[in-house]
Design a protein around this ligand. Structure first.
Ligand code: ZN
Length: 284
């Protein structure tokens, strides 16, 4: 099996990488170079020897017996973004997902763990100056609570830009189903609430033939938060709630010994959460 593919019972999981880079972790003010170097277990996959964090933006395709599902749709091409390095991208994402065996028209469902700009981008693509759904045959699954909150943020330009070009067009096309945070998506895939980063944030559970995995979404951005789940993340909507979600979820993941896919974890992106005293680490 290629290094970007995993099998969980009857579900084949394929990672489609949009981008990966090393640098300071601005979202985590405590993740200084010194503090990251003090966690040597992060090297070589998630940090370099200088203490830079390596992070990734990728989508995961869940190929189940009944549905082909894309979880989180990265940044997308051609978008005008306040964060300049995230705007006007020209990546080969569509070519890559097609070459992996999943042309956009074959996708049955698109699922966003939460509605932030780096999770909704490929919901749409630019055609003749208009934003149209990239996955034209898919049902797009958004959390009801998540959308309610997001829709209320339109006066914030950093929200409005992606609502307008990556969310509203799929709503207008009639492709969206708003769901509860515990929604059963199909026999093998279920949402599980992990609030705090955003109000309606969810993780995604995959269970088949006794094998189990979970996709974190952004309740974790980097494995260093396993050792330090109380480090504040400047992008979290509710810090105490996010800290509680991290500690409780990491404990469960360690106890269940399931395969954990970090939505922004660098290659190889998946591994096991293990207890180290009062803390956790990530083993790949
Ligand atoms: Zn993100």
């Amino acid at each position: 099996m290629p290094t970007n593919q995993w099998q969980i019972g009857d579900v084949k999981i394929t990672r489609i990488l949009e981008g990966e880079s090393a640098g300071p972790m601005f979202l985590l003010p405590d993740a200084t170079k010194e503090n990251i170097q003090a966690m040597p277990w992060l090297q070589p996959h998630f940090a370099d020897a200088e203490g830079n964090c390596i992070i990734s933006i990728h989508a995961l395709v869940l190929d189940t017996p009944t549905k082909t599902i894309v979880v989180d749709t990265c940044l997308g091409n051609d978008k005008e973004r306040a964060i300049k390095s995230w705007g006007h991208l020209q990546t080969k994402f569509i070519e890559d997902i097609t070459n992996a065996g999943y042309p956009p028209e074959s996708i049955d469902m698109v699922l966003c763990t939460h509605l932030h700009t780096d999770h909704v981008g490929w919901n749409t693509k630019l055609v003749d100056g208009k934003w149209v759904p990239t996955f034209e045959n898919a049902e797009y699954i958004f959390g009801q609570e998540e959308w309610k909150y997001t829709d209320e943020q339109r006066s914030n330009p950093m929200y409005n830009e992606f609502i307008e070009d990556s969310i509203q067009p799929v709503i207008d096309a009639g492709l969206v189903k708003f769901v509860d945070v515990n929604e059963q998506i199909c026999d093998e895939v279920k949402l599980e609430p992990t609030p705090g980063h955003t109000p309606g944030h969810v993780s995604v559970r995959i269970e088949s033939k006794g094998e189990k995995a979970v996709i974190t979404g952004d309740f974790l951005h980097h494995p260093c938060q396993m050792e330090e789940p109380y480090w504040e993340c400047s992008a979290d909507w509710d810090t105490p709630m996010a800290q509680k979600t991290r500690v409780e979820s990491l404990g469960r993941f360690a106890d269940e010994e399931l395969l954990v896919f970090g939505t922004h974890f660098a290659t190889p992106s998946a591994g096991k959460v293990v207890r180290k005293g009062k803390h956790f680490q990530f083993e790949v």
